[in-house]
Design a binder for this molecule. Structure first.
Ligand code: GLC
Length: 643
């Protein structure tokens, strides 16, 4: 095993560096090469590793040589402040560029709106060139090196990333690395008979292996893309297609594929992308007899890619999009030998699911139990916390967790589907069933946050009390994600309580996929109404911006400090503690429509006897019965008065 590569192999490139830059490059390689080497060696043969490493060193050296000076400066700044993304000041926003503002230039013109919210992280949904027609919302990429035609050009993207950077906003982009569109040049070359490219995919001449794999494989889109393999006439083979038939899974067991994606990553880094969302990362490694998700090799590959990026473009961090069971999820932030060496960020899917579950059942017991049993994550990482995103909600509730609090997992998941589609008695939620799977009974749910909390129904009925209560529910959900630590991300429209898009099915290619119901175009008129007190837009916007402002002033929320769910005193109140060196931060959330107590004696043990609620700015109020009483759907963020 070689500990360090041979710099002589890249002497021609390094010859163009100043002495300082060369020194810096060599130091970075020294720092990160062991991670790169270890990751690659867990996946590829020694000979493959040796060849690959030589090429990767060259790739990294040229990327450093060609790095835009402004980005090189950001590399330095981030190296000096590696916890930059963990701060309480971070706030994310996610949207489709076209649906938010028409184009990349349009987004640039709306930076002031994002600033008004306090955004520091902007995730633009897939912006690279997709296949024509249905492209799974852009997740079927036809060319990683060009931008979707209607959004603009690569130069527009660079201009946008620079404009965002100047305003302190990091651009987040998708890196779809499990599959490409079947129109991508690699797939085209494979179909044309080029054996090199055929090896980029997983193809099988007959059903023997596909059938063997299918025995343990789940289906992601059982409705519109059943099975995991698609017959291709040109290849005369079955191709692995986990998602839609037009999304061909790539073969990460082939080191060429690793090299290609390394190259793509450094290209995107060069455009000024600061966070790469590793789309569907859980699926990239296949192993017979498993569900082909969360395999150990996934983490080895991520570790190697991350080490390379640390060498070539350390301003860039990774975000894992792994919507998996709680115990698998924590691995994406690094457990065991990968501790702190894989993704810097990961979606806190469990928290999101538990928030919806608590709101439906008006009970925090299952949520508290599951969140308490999540293994700790490295203090150098951060969760992405969120209430809604562009996808459906799958009820990732562990059967054992449910059992531990006296629930039946299957029945509780069924209850949540019933509740959020308005079928449960008394529920006014307006979600739609997405991908009913008769084999498992799973019914995932689409719908905007407002539709799910009952706001759509309340507004339509002209019910002022129900409207306010729905707004309170949504603000409570956002208080939990803003008060957790990590990067809270607002899904476009939630800040003004946007309803379901009634016209979702009428756009070409959307009718089969009801996730479009919660991917509306931004109605700027309605956004304008945020300035008119009393409107739903204004009530949501001001409630949310208040939470954001308070969060940004609370260093207690730095993600390096873990959030710890305490034992419950009342089944309707979720207590979340963060032990920051400045003092304790205790958040209390009432997930019910009734007044609920929290015994004040517990404050003493937490150093919060004399505490203030950051959200109201008031001293904590203890009633004569010794309880702190929380109003329906209220949130308290308690900290020591002197801190
Ligand atoms: C991710 C995306 C989802 C997409 C899938 C396939 O899960 O969030 O929208 O369908 O990947 O790329």
């Amino acid at each position: 095993m070689r500990d360090l590569p041979n710099f002589l192999d890249v002497a021609d490139v390094l010859g163009e560096f100043s002495a300082d830059r060369r020194d810096l490059f060599e130091l970075r390689v020294q720092r990160w090469w062991p991670d790169l080497h270890a990751g690659l060696s867990e996946v590829y043969s020694p000979q493959e590793v040796e060849e690959l490493e030589a090429r990767l060193l060259y790739l990294a050296a040229t990327a450093v040589r060609d790095r835009d000076p402004e980005l090189a400066r950001l590399d330095q700044a981030r190296t000096l402040d590696p916890g930059w993304f963990q701060r309480e000041k971070m706030l994310g926003y996610a949207c489709y560029a076209d649906r938010f503002a028409g184009s990349l230039d349009g987004v640039r013109e709306q930076i002031s709106y994002l600033k008004e919210l306090g955004v520091t992280y902007l995730h633009l949904m897939p912006i690279l060139k997709p296949r024509d027609g249905d492209s799974d919302g852009g997740y079927a990429v036809a060319d990683y090196r060009s931008v979707r035609g209607d959004l603009g050009t690569v130069d527009d993207l660079k201009r946008l990333s620079a404009a965002l950077r100047a305003e302190g906003i990091s651009l987040v982009a998708d890196l779809v690395l499990n599959h490409v569109a079947k129109e991508h040049v690699w797939a085209q070359a494979a179909r044309a008979g080029n054996p090199k490219y055929r090896d980029y995919f997983l193809t099988f001449p007959d059903r023997y292996m596909p059938d063997a794999y299918e025995r343990t494989l789940p289906e992601v889109f059982p409705d519109f893309a059943p099975g995991n393999f698609t017959w291709d006439e040109d290849l005369q083979s079955w191709v692995w297609t986990t998602f839609n038939s037009f999304q061909w899974d790539v073969n990460w067991a082939n080191p060429e594929v690793f090299y290609e994606y390394a190259d793509v990553i450094l290209f995107l880094a060069g455009l000024g992308v600061e966070v790469l969302r590793l789309d569907a990362i859980a699926f990239i490694w296949k192993a017979l007899g498993t569900n082909c998700q969360n395999q150990p090799q996934v983490h080895s590959i991520t570790q190697a890619l991350r080490a390379l990026v640390r060498i070539a473009a350390p301003a860039v961090i990774f975000k894992a999009e792994a919507i998996v069971a709680p115990q698998d999820l924590v691995h994406y932030l690094g457990q065991g030998k990968h501790h702190g060496k894989v993704s810097d960020l990961a979606y806190h899917n469990s928290l999101m699911v538990q928030i919806w579950s608590m709101l439906a059942s008006k009970d925090a017991r299952l949520g508290a139990h599951s969140l308490q049993h999540l293994p700790p994550v490295p203090p150098t990482t951060a969760w992405i916390t969120y209430v809604r995103c562009h996808d459906d909600i799958g009820w990732a509730i562990d059967d054992r967790d449910a059992g531990a609090v006296g629930l039946n997992g299957y029945q509780h998941r069924a209850f949540l589907s019933d509740f959020y589609t308005g079928q449960f008695p008394g529920s006014t939620a307006r979600g739609l069933v997405f991908q009913y799977n008769p084999a498992t009974g799973d019914r995932r749910v689409s719908g905007s946050a407002a539709a799910l909390v009952g706001l759509d129904a309340a507004v339509e009925a002209g019910d002022r009390v129900a409207t306010q209560q729905s707004i309170d529910r949504l603000l409570l959900a956002y208080a939990i994600v803003l008060g957790w630590g990590g990067i809270p991300v607002i899904w476009m429209g939630d800040e003004i309580g946007l309803p379901n898009d009634q016209m979702w099915a009428s756009e070409p290619g959307h009718a089969d996929d009801n996730r479009w119901v919660h991917r509306p175009r931004m109605p700027w008129g309605r956004a304008e109404a945020r300035r008119y007190p009393g409107t739903v837009s204004a009530r949501m916007f001001s409630g949310l911006t208040h939470l954001i402002k308070v969060r940004k002033s609370a260093p207690f929320l730095d993600a390096s400090v873990p959030a710890q769910v305490l034992e419950l005193s009342d089944p309707g109140v979720l207590p979340v503690l963060r032990r920051h060196p400045l003092g304790s931060f205790l958040a209390l959330y009432n997930v019910t429509p009734e007044w609920r107590p929290w015994p004040s004696w517990r404050l003493g043990g937490l150093g919060l006897w004399d505490s203030v609620d950051l959200l109201s700015g008031r001293h904590v109020n203890v009633a004569d019965d010794g309880n702190v009483w929380l109003a329906p759907y209220a949130s308290l963020w308690l900290v020591p008065r002197e801190h």
